[in-house]
Ligand binder design. Structure first.
Ligand SMILES: Nc1ncnc2c1ncn2[C@@H]1O[C@H](COP(=O)(O)OP(=O)(O)O)[C@@H](O)[C@H]1O
Ligand SMILES: [Mg+2]
Length: 139
């Protein structure tokens, strides 16, 4: 199944993410793909909002992963700085792909597709004008 949405603002991207978030089951993985500034982190903020996570979701680029807890649990991974798939295994973060508890959202998932479970939901974000983004969701 594929869904394509045009978002005209960060708020709209968050709403698209919230709509997906409400449908997610624990143990699922959301694999995010898109150039810098397309809204991957904004999308994760929307997922967090749908889980009633009170904390602000920040770009974890300087970290590999963060776990947020609200009504549900959201793990936020960013593979931007990961040098090899083995590095993720070394620190045990492959345990989040898929997670036993909660949902995992992964930015730059296409850098190491071999780390992403086969039944993951892929979300691709593309620039489509100043504040416009094309969002493709495949599950
Ligand atoms: N329609 C939109 N959806 C998402 N972000 C948008 C949109 N329009 C403008 N932006 C801006 O683009 C930037 C996206 O940043 P971010 O979510 O951190 O992207 P990424 O994680 O992909 O690098 C933010 O500054 C946001 O305000
Ligand atoms: Mg980001």
């Amino acid at each position: 199944m594929e869904k394509i949405v045009i978002s005209e603002s960060p708020e709209e991207t968050m709403e698209v993410a919230m709509d997906l978030g409400r449908r997610l089951r624990d143990g699922e993985v959301v694999a995010l793909v898109g150039e810098l500034g397309t809204g991957k982190t904004t999308f994760v903020k929307g997922l967090a909002r749908s889980f009633f996570i009170p904390e602000e979701v920040l770009s974890p680029s300087f970290l590999l992963a963060r776990t947020y807890r609200g009504k549900r649990v959201l793990h936020h991974l960013d593979l931007y700085r990961l040098r090899s798939a083995g590095e993720l295994l070394e620190v045990g973060l492959d345990a989040l792909l898929p997670p036993e508890e909660g949902v995992t959202a992964v930015e730059w998932a296409d850098r190491f597709p071999e780390l992403i479970p086969k039944d993951a939901i892929w979300v691709t974000l593309e620039h489509a004008g100043d504040d416009r983004r094309k969002i493709t969701i495949r599950r």
